[in-house]
Design a protein around this ligand. Sequence first.
Ligand code: PLP
Length: 498
Amino acid sequence: MHLPPLADWLSADLAQRAAQPSADGRGRIVRYRSLYDALRQAILDRRLTPGGRLPSTRELAADLCLSRNTVSSAFDQLIAEGYIEARQGSGCYVSAALDAPAPQKSALAGRRAEISQRGARLLDGRGGAQQEIQPFVPGNDDFSLFPLKTWQRLQNRQWRSGSSEIFDYGAAGGYLPLRAAIARHIAVSRSVRVAPEQVLITSGTQHSILLCGQVLADAGDLAWVEDPGYWGARKALAAADLELWPVPVDRAGLHPSAADRATAPRLIYVTPSHQYPTSAVMSLPRRRELLAYAAAHNAWILEDDYDSEFRYSGRPLSSLHGLDPDERVIYLGTFSKSLYPGIKLAYMAVPRALAEPFRTALYDLQRPGQLMMQAALTDFIDLGHFAAHIRKVRQAYGEKREILVRTLRPIIGGVATISREASGLHLLIELPAGANDVALAALIATEGLVVRPLSSYYLGEARRRGLLVGYAYVPSHEMARHARRLGEVIKRGLRSYG
Ligand SMILES: Cc1ncc(COP(=O)(O)O)c(C=O)c1O
C-alpha cells in the first residue's frame, strides 16, 4: 500500500519502537506512547515544521492501522504539552511558537547529562500546573471561610508560651498531642481505630506516599495506581523507584482485570471515598475484594482519604481501613482540603508493627519541624474549632455544588453527564466518548474559567472524556453566573469538539 510521506516514516518509526522493550516492560501503553514519542521527536527535530498542518486523527489512524482513540490520546498529550495546537474547525497544527531557534546541541546535551534517569522519569508526564486561582480550578478550598482570627489567636498563644519544644526539630513522628487529636478524630469520623503512636505527621500526602514507597518497597517493585488517577501519587511512587501499573477505574472504583490480578503489586494506591478524578465511590463488594486480594498477596493498600470530610447527602461508606481485619491498609489524610492547601500538613495511620520503622525513617530522612503550627492545630481541634469549621464549609460547598448542578443541567444535560456523587470539592462532567476534552478545556480557559480535561489524568489510553470542575472556591453569590457561562461554552464547544 502507498502511504503519504508522514504516515510512511511514522509507520517505520513505530515498527522500530515496537521492537524495543516498552517503557513499563509489559507493552500496555506502548501504542499511544510510541506514537506520541515519534511525533514529539519529529517536531523537536524539525521534520515536522512549526505551523504545519497535521493529518486528521481519522486519516492517521487509518494510515497507521491504529484505533482513532490511540491517535487522539497521542494528539491530546501533544496539545497538553504545547507541541501542537488544535484550531477550531480546521484540525491540528505544529505549534508556531516552536519556531524559535533550537538550542545548540552541545548545550542541550550538557543539560540532559545533569539529569538522572530517575529525574527524567519524574519530569515525564502530567505534573502540577502552577495553581491558577480562577473559578472552577479543581483542588482549591474557599479560603474566605477560614477562621483566620481564631487561628491567629491560637498561634500567638503558642509563640507567647515560649516553650522550647516548639523551637526544636519535632519529636519523631510529629507533635504527640496532635497525633492523639487526629487519632480521636479519625476514629469517630472514619472508623480508623489506631493508637496515637500509629499516627505520623508528614508535610503532605505525597510525602506520606513517598515514605510508604521508600519503607515498604524495593526499586522495581510494582505499584497499582488508578487509571485515571492522581498524578501526585504516581510521581511520589516513581520517586521511590516503583514501577507503575495502571489499573482501570469504573463507576464502582478500582476494577482490576484478570491480567492485573495476575501481576501482584507490592503497593496499591486508591482513593475509595471519592475517586480522583472520576468521583466514583468504591462499592462495598469491591472494597472487600480488594482487602482480600491484598491480604492474599502480601500487598499494602495506601488509602488516600483526601476529601472525605465533604459528603453532602447519604451516609458515607466507612473507610477501607475500618473494614480491614488484616492490617494491610495505610490510611492517608490531609489538612489541605479541610483547612487550606498551603498548610502542608498531612498524616498517615500505619499498622502497629510499622509504627516504629516509619517513625525512625521519617525522622532520619527529613527532620520534622513546624511544631508551632502543629501545636496550634492541636488546640484548634481540641477546642472544637475544627469540627465547627468543617460543618460550616460542608454546608457552603454543598450549596455551591447544588447551584452548579442545577444551573448546568438544563444547559448541557442533553449532551453531557454530570457525576451524581455528592461529595468532595469537584465534580466530573462526562462528555461523549469521542469528545476532545483538551481542546474544550482550552476553549473554556479563554473565558477565564479553569477546568481540567479528564483525559490528561490517564497513564494509558484515555477511555473516557470529561471535564473536572472544582466548585469550592467560587463565591456562592457568583456561582450561578459562572455556572451559566461554563454551561454555555461547553455546549458551544461540543459542536466543534464533541
Ligand atoms: C487525590 C489527592 N490526594 C491528596 C491531595 C492533597 O495532597 P497534599 O496533602 O500533598 O496537599 C490531593 C490534592 O489535590 C489530591 O488530589
